[in-house]
Every structure is written in C-alpha cells, then in structure tokens.
Design a protein around this ligand. Structure first.
Ligand code: PEP
Ligand code: MN
Length: 356
C-alpha cells in the first residue's frame, strides 16, 4: 500500500458539511499554486484535505477565510520551540550555576523588593541557611499605583551583587522595560518577566537576544496557550534558557489575591520541556496560605517554587502580608525536602553546596 505521509509540515483543512465541489477545488488549486500536494478525502458528511509539503507560506494562509473551509489544523501545534514535540527530555536551565528542571526541585526565596543593604543581608542569611538555592529581590517594581514604592533601581542591583558575593547566592530580578535589560542583565543571574509584562512582545523578543536565562511569569489573565506563545517569543529570538512560572490567575474567587492554577503544572510539564516553577506568594497574597500552596506545587510536579521571605515582614515596603518570616520559611523548607524525598527528586543546592 502506498502511504503519503502527513509529515510535521503538513496541514489538515476541514471543509464544512455544506462545502461545494467548487469550494473544495478552490482550496486544492491554491495549495498547488503554493507548491503543496493536496490529498482530498471525501467523507459522508465532510471533505478533508491533507496539505502535504506545506511550508510556512501554506501554514500562514488565511484558510478559514476561504468559502467552505471550517478550520485548518497544523500537524505540529503552534509551539515550535517550547513543545515536547521538538524535545522530549526535560530542559535544564542554569542560573548562576543553579540548575532548574529535570528531576529536581529548586527553591528561590527572598523579599519582593530590595529595600536596603541591611534588609537584603538579613534575608540572604536566612534563606541561605534554610537551604534556598537562589535569591530573589527586585530593584524595579511593577506597582499598581504610580505612587507606591517603585524600587531602588541600580542601587538595588548593586546591593544584590554584594549579597551574592557575601553569601554565594545567585539572584533573579525583574526587568520591566526593554531599556533596562542591559543594566539588569549585567548584574542578575536570571532576569524575570512579571505577570503584567507577559504579553509585552517587544520585551520578550529583546530578552531572547541577551544571554541571561529568563523566568517568564504567567500573565494573571493569560491562558496556558498564551503563556506558551509568550515563551516562543524568547526562544524564537535565540534564547533557549527559559523557566516558566505559574503565579495564579484572576478568577471569580475573591478569597485569595489570585487563584493558583495547580493544574497548570502537570499540563505544562506534559506540553513543554521547559522547567516550571510556582510562586505561591504572589498567588495567595497572604502568608497563611503560602506553605500549603508551596507543598501542593511540589507534590504536583513543579520544578521549583519561589517564596517571598522578609526578615521583618511587618516592616516591608512591598508585599509584607505575603512574606514568610525566616523561621516559617525554614520549616517550609523541611516540608518541601520531605515531599521531594517521597517523590524521589533531589533538592537543588546553591553553587558552593549547602554550607556557605
Ligand atoms: C513579583 O514576583 O515580585 C511580582 C511582581 O509578581 P507578578 O509579576 O507575578 O505579579
Ligand atoms: Mn511582590
């Protein structure tokens, strides 16, 4: 039997039940004009056309605008680079020597914002001794109100660099503006795209052209598909070092700041080879909920969690209510360690190992 393969480049065009023979012919003619081979399969109800050897030009045609066409389905989904179709094994992304992805859990912890040298030293000391592998702390803050504290800017990055030297903890920091990429990337071990910027495609493409790994947060109103497409922008521009971060989505529920989408963890791990971490702090907005959500995330297969920890949450300039004090973070770390052990996954350590 002769088989003509509907290969990866192919497209299936499904006609409507009412499509006429002329409408089918028009599609076949356009395909052959574009150099593709059309295999017409008339059904009892609908005709299906397999477009073989369909390159980019064929896939980009507005097929659904043709009379009689119901839909055009590419064989490969819309995710060329992030999909497991193109890479079946887990990608391991390294940030400052700390691995993310594969059979391990990596914990990032620290304050929402850099407020002072003293605050960051105390935070780093606490999260390092509890076993976190990477520090967080932002120098540029995306605030809902323009009158709220916006971060220390470069001074904040200098403090983070000093802390890294002192404690051996690499750090991640958010970049808000394409004009600040070079500055943030010159200090940080990993740059973060916040929820509000997930669809800032100019920023994403620029981050694809710089060498630091990128942590891409899910937009609080974005579907998983939109989030994966955002990651495509970074990978497509040349940077394959991307970590995805689920941080809760906006739903009708008002009991939490956002609803942590636990389902996104197994969905994305199935769909993509990229590491997926969870930020339960920004999701919950309240300290009391953070440990349960962090434990659930690790149990659901997250490659890591990012936890807000502040040496004195009651004095925090940003997001104090959701920050864990050091002792609560330390007991959460013990619990995460036990869950990881039960799952047979290792806990990532900071670059020099556990003892500074
Ligand atoms: C943050 O992590 O500090 C932050 C602002 O989170 P998000 O972008 O998820 O709101
Ligand atoms: Mn915050």
């Amino acid at each position: 039997m002769e088989m003509s393969a509907l290969g990866d480049e192919s497209l299936i065009i499904v006609m409507t039940a009412a499509a006429t023979a002329d409408e089918v012919d028009a599609v076949v003619r356009r395909l052959s004009d574009l150099g593709a081979e059309a295999h017409v399969s008339p059904g009892q109800v609908r005709t299906v056309i397999g477009a073989i050897g369909a390159g980019e030009l064929v896939r980009q045609q507005p097929w659904e605008a043709f009379p009689g066409v119901e839909r055009a389905v590419p064989i490969l989904g819309p995710f060329r680079s992030v999909s497991r179709d193109v890479r079946s094994e887990d990608t391991v992304v390294e940030a400052g020597g700390v691995p993310f992805g594969g059979n391990r859990v990596t914990v990032i912890a620290g304050p929402c914002a850099v407020e002072s040298r003293e605050q960051m030293f105390a935070a780093a000391e606490a999260v390092r001794s509890a076993g976190a592998a990477l520090l967080r702390g932002d120098a540029f803050k995306p605030r809902t109100s323009p009158y709220s504290f916006q971060g220390l800017g470069e001074k904040g990055l200098e403090i983070l660099a000093e802390v890294r030297k002192e404690f051996g903890l690499p750090f991640v920091a958010e970049v808000l503006d394409p004009r600040d990429i070079d500055l943030v990337a010159s200090y940080a071990d990993m740059v973060r795209v916040g929820s509000r910027n997930m669809s800032n495609f100019t920023l994403l493409a620029e981050l694809g052209r710089q060498p630091r790994p990128v942590m891409l947060k899910r937009g609080y109103n974005a579907t998983i598909e939109e989030w994966m497409s955002a990651a495509e922008y970074v990978l497509g521009a040349g940077n394959a070092e991307v970590i995805l971060c689920e941080r809760g989505i906006r739903t009708f529920e008002t009991a939490t700041r956002n609803t942590l989408d636990i389902s996104a963890i197994p969905v994305v791990r199935q769909l993509s080879h990229l590491p997926v971490v969870v930020d339960p702090s920004h999701s919950a907005g309240r300290r009391a909920l953070v440990p349960a959500l962090a434990r659930a995330s690790v149990a659901a297969g997250a490659n890591g969690v990012m936890i807000d920890v502040h040496p004195a949450p009651e004095a925090a300039k940003v997001d104090g209510p959701q920050a864990l004090p050091p002792e609560e973070f330390s007991s959460l770390m013990d619990q995460i360690g036990r869950i990881a052990q039960a799952l047979g996954v290792e806990m990532a350590e900071p670059p020099g190992g556990q003892s500074p």
